[in-house]
Design a protein around this ligand. Sequence first.
Ligand SMILES: Nc1ncnc2c1ncn2[C@@H]1O[C@H](COP(=O)(O)OP(=O)(O)OP(=O)(O)O)[C@@H](O)[C@H]1O
Ligand SMILES: [Mg+2]
Length: 238
Amino acid sequence: MLKVEHLTKKFKSAVAVDDISFTLNQGDIVGLLGPNGAGKSTTIKTIAGLLRKTDGSINIDGYPSTTQEAKKKFTYIPEVPELYDMLTVWEHLQFIGYAYNVTDFEEKAERLIERYDLWDKKDKLAKELSKGMKQKVSICCGLLPEPDLYLFDEPMIGLDPKSIRETKLIFRELSEQQKTVLVSTHLLDSIENLCQRVLVMKNGKIIVDRTMEEMKLQLGNSESVSLEDLFLEVTKDE
Ligand SMILES: Nc1ncnc2c1ncn2[C@@H]1O[C@H](COP(=O)(O)OP(=O)(O)OP(=O)(O)O)[C@@H](O)[C@H]1O
Ligand SMILES: [Mg+2]
């Protein structure tokens, strides 16, 4: 579903993503982890086509990521919500509905608004929303087209506990529907029982690409070992 080969992204002389390769098969829910500045957002933005890659190739369902065919296959939920100040919550969803030609738009949009408790905010302008509400609208916009591949950059940031739970539920549903998800996060316990596999980045490189079971085995497979322990172990400086 997603094939990244030798991807490099440089900002002037600084290398933010340094020759990384990985593949996501259909149905994979994969966590993208790494300390601040590791290159997670740059990787996701480059896959989504918001940043131009310096080198390497990105294929989505067999199509180069910059083609129209590829762009129809995924949605991207950014680290910081990018909304239109002068559109209401509902107008955002309408816009996405038209842009992606979403069937049964109204039903799907209402369901999302309901799940994220945005019903009473439906006609509010984006500029009048709180930070967490903006994040919720951004997630709803990303989910609405129901694509095959989802690129989530820190989706839980700013969400209240109920919406975090709802988002986890949605991840589970996406997994059952054999959708493919790449999700970057620092909230390790939020993905601990969700992702089958994790990629850990550090200094622009992928230093770990393992299934959750392999990760746990590595540290003795004790029940008491958390993803947080594993993460701190693999990312610690020598
Ligand atoms: N527009 C930019 N111009 C120059 N350097 C950038 C730019 N965006 C990111 N970088 C640099 O690229 C590196 C990777 O940043 P990136 O945002 O991908 O990290 P991240 O893993 O998403 O971190 P965080 O966990 O803080 O979100 C950092 O060193 C950062 O300073
Ligand atoms: Mg980031």
